[in-house]
Design a protein around this ligand. Sequence first.
Ligand code: PMP
Length: 392
Amino acid sequence: VARVKVKFPTINTYIYTCQQRPDNAFFSSGDPLFLEQFWREHAADSGILVAGWHRMSYSFSDQTYISQQLDAHIRKLHNVVGNAVTDGKFLVFGAGSTQLLYAAVHALSLPPDNTSSSSSPAQVVASIPYYALYEMQTDFFDSRESNFQGDAAILINNSDVTTNIIEFVTSPNNPDGQLNKPLLKGSNVKTIYDRAYFWPHFTAIPNPPAHEDLTIFTISKLTGHAGSRFGWALIKDERVYERMTRYMQLNSMGVSRDTQLRALKLLKVVLDGGGREIFKFGYEKMKKRWERLTNTLSLSNRFSLQKVSSQDCAFFRTPREPTPAYAWVKCEREDDEDCFEVMKSANIIGRAGAVFRADNHYVRLSLIRGDDDFDILINNLHKLVSEEGGVS
Ligand code: PMP
């Protein structure tokens, strides 16, 4: 089978070079510490204490690797938030959404009869700018069943309906916060919705709720517990569910039972009072941050921000301000060819546009880190903007 490799420098090159300067402040990673204060205020009711004898088995009492209580709480959460339909859907748990994203590629790239030898590999695509992991995983695992092809737009007029296409749709998108929709349609196209940021902290929740074949969520950007490594997939088709479950069994025998216990405890706090408290906290925090950022950059002719419109929100039942997780900053001057370097010279380490396969006039800055990091970001940006010609 002919393999087509994308001819870009590897994404690793960009990410690792970004991490070589420990003396600079980092706004590169999406470490979601913006909710730390909320959890400090809920220290007692969110804590777990696990006795040494407890839950030592591989399985829960029903012989699965999945806590049925946690399953029920996740469904309840989606009902309360109104962001996804869970009725009739299967759930698979993963070590963060990271493990599930590739499990989904695996499950969707196999042909219906499970005999992969004769058919051509599935073509995996996403719309630029896209989250780098999709490409890195598909390249790294290097399976006979799938190849990463890059930008979804290149397949838009493709009339070959014999090759499977898998499109990642990240909605809201990382890096630019847009509520992306699939670009490709057809009987040979399968869509993986990555909805890591589809929570009221970051976006209006539209009505009706998402009702997709395969949708992936994570607690990393919901509660902020990225280190616990817990995500889930909602799956319509039983065969896809079985393939993803088999992947999980062979890969890790399911998600750590301790992690499931912690996730359950956290979701109970989230669900207390119908989710109002944490989402209000998250939204207010992100709103203030976006206001401070837009005020700072409003003084600038050199840098611009993505446009995110305010929208009606089915959860808050009112229109709401934009509160994206990341700033997708553009260096407007033609000769600022490397916006990452421009920011770096001001002690702001973002993530270069090229990491998302976009133009290097763009850089992504994380708005979801801790309060101190965000203050440093604003201070450094303010200094940078004040040095612009003509701005005092
Ligand atoms: N999808 C998107 C769009 C992300 O931004 C991230 C984390 N930055 C992930 C998936 C992975 O999240 P996790 O594995 O922590 O669930």
